[in-house]
Design a protein around this ligand. Structure first.
Ligand SMILES: [Zn+2]
Length: 470
């Protein structure tokens, strides 16, 4: 049975959905004012792994991941670039989708945008005002009254008294209490705005997620996820808004993934150690980045080190090398999460046990390592046992969004900018085979040396020559 660490109760708990066989999953997505960085990549991949695992476990999953497409940073950057906020956010939504495809992230079932959910937000705010949980200020801003919600702080373990003692919250003359947060902002001239009972304005950030999740998943749903940096105040505020509105439970399980560090330092633009997904994709494949990210447990901090990315590359090459030349049983195209017939259940059970233990992906990868080791001992590539093990390894890889390439092509790698192209390599191999056929061994050895110098390893077996990049 699946156990998930629930931030709400600070422990692993058995996962029991509200409705048998179904899961409602909401994840806070990207504020689209720039290209995505590695931290966004981790959020995409962590919840993609959860989405895949729930489906492989037989659940029908309604996965919602929002897009914040109106916000101060979007408005500021759009003005700097002389485009509209809508144009700017659309450009970065497209960039985000490119990154997701490169990382083999499945599309969520719903990707609601804040600007398309304004009416629901206004309805919630009106109800919160009517029930005394929110108030409109003279300037047209609407604030949530934190002291009106007795459970405030239950997710993050913070106490209102301690927050007040800290008083690091910015003073705002329109707030009744410095802890109160904005639900609706009155619009300045030239800002995008929507009509509301409090005048033209736009929503605060927190209210978006309450509106979008409840619209698509209902007032109470199963799992809410996001990065650890969102636990407070964003998720605390989502709970305060939603539970004050309904009087019931909002999300039942709260999951938070750890943050990404670069060379053991916090990733930040000011430290100049900020990496976008596209920066990393220039050096490593999406599959290598994915392997690196799931090589750490999702709740741990993830340290971006070149050595760790190189190690991920080695892991994948080991898997693809074990699979090379071996027939496998193709998955069911209609249901890609279905377990193919004839897999080795002992490995599948170990893999499932790891994944059911709060998505222990490092352990799941180590099961695949053991499996690759067993597969390597099967010298007859087409034997029944080889097919069984290779099918199992391919299937377990797919559960993690890995091993989707043809092994031969994966090992040969994409054409690289500085190295020789695949066409060039293959032309040299043809020339070498012709030299060997003509018994011109001096020439054939010369070509092999030339390829070795280019970082290409040749393997002659069964009258055929295969190659890979070293
Ligand atoms: Zn959110």
């Amino acid at each position: 049975m699946l156990q998930l660490y629930n931030t709400l109760n600070r422990r692993k708990e058995p996962f029991e959905p509200l409705v048998e066989g179904q899961v409602g999953l909401y994840v806070c997505g990207v504020t689209v004012y720039d290209v995505c960085h590695v931290g966004h990549g981790r959020v995409m991949i962590v919840y993609d792994i959860l989405y895949r695992h729930l489906q492989a476990s037989g659940y029908a999953v309604n996965y919602v991941r929002n897009i914040t497409d109106v916000d101060d940073k979007i408005i500021k950057r759009a003005a700097e670039q002389g485009v509209s906020p809508a144009q700017l956010s659309q450009r970065y939504i497209d960039e985000m989708h490119d990154d997701e495809r490169a990382l083999n992230v499945l599309e969520p079932g719903h990707e609601p945008r804040a600007t398309e959910t304004i009416n629901s937000m206004i309805t919630i705010i009106e109800k919160l005002i009517a029930s005394g949980h929110a108030y409109a200020a003279d300037n047209g801003d609407v604030f949530y009254s934190v002291k009106s919600f007795a459970d405030y702080g239950k997710l993050s373990g913070r106490k209102v008294a301690d927050l007040r003692a800290g008083e690091r919250v910015a003073i705002d003359e329109y707030k009744q209490d410095p802890l109160d947060f904005v639900l609706w902002k009155s619009a300045k001239p030239s800002e995008p705005s929507w009509p509301s009972p409090w005048g033209n304005g736009r929503p605060g950030w927190h209210i978006e997620c309450s509106a979008m999740s409840m619209d698509l998943l209902g007032a109470e749903f199963d799992i809410h996820g996001g990065g650890m940096d969102l636990e407070f105040p964003h998720h605390e505020n989502e709970i305060a808004q939603s539970e004050a509105l309904t009087g019931g439970t909002f999300a039942r399980y709260w999951m938070h993934n750890g943050l990404v560090r670069i060379d053991d330092e916090k990733m930040s633009k000011s430290l100049n150690n900020f990496l976008t997904i596209k920066d990393v994709l220039a050096l490593y494949s999406g599959e290598e980045i994915r392997t690196f990210i799931i090589g750490s447990h999702y709740r741990s901090p993830l340290n971006y080190l070149t050595e760790s990315l190189d190690a991920a590359r080695t892991v994948l090459r080991r898997f693809y090398t074990a699979l090379r030349g071996r027939p496998v049983i193709a998955p069911d195209a209609q249901n890609p999460f279905a377990q193919p017939a004839g897999v080795d259940l002992s490995f599948v059970e170990r893999f499932d046990a790891a994944m059911n233990d709060d998505l222990n992906t490092p352990e799941a990868l180590s099961v695949m390592h053991d499996l690759a080791g067993t597969l390597n001992k099967e010298s007859d590539l087409a034997s029944e046992r080889s097919v069984q093990l290779a099918t199992t390894l391919t299937y377990l890889g797919s559960r993690l969004g890995l091993l989707t390439q043809n092994p031969e092509e994966a090992l040969q790698g994409a054409n690289t900018a500085d190295g020789p192209g695949n066409d060039e390599i293959e032309a040299l191999i043809v020339e070498r085979n012709e030299a060997r056929a003509a018994k011109d061994f001096a020439r054939s050895d010369e070509i092999r040396d030339q390829l070795t110098a280019l970082g290409i390893v040749l393997e002659d077996a069964g009258g055929k020559t295969s190659w890979r990049r070293s």
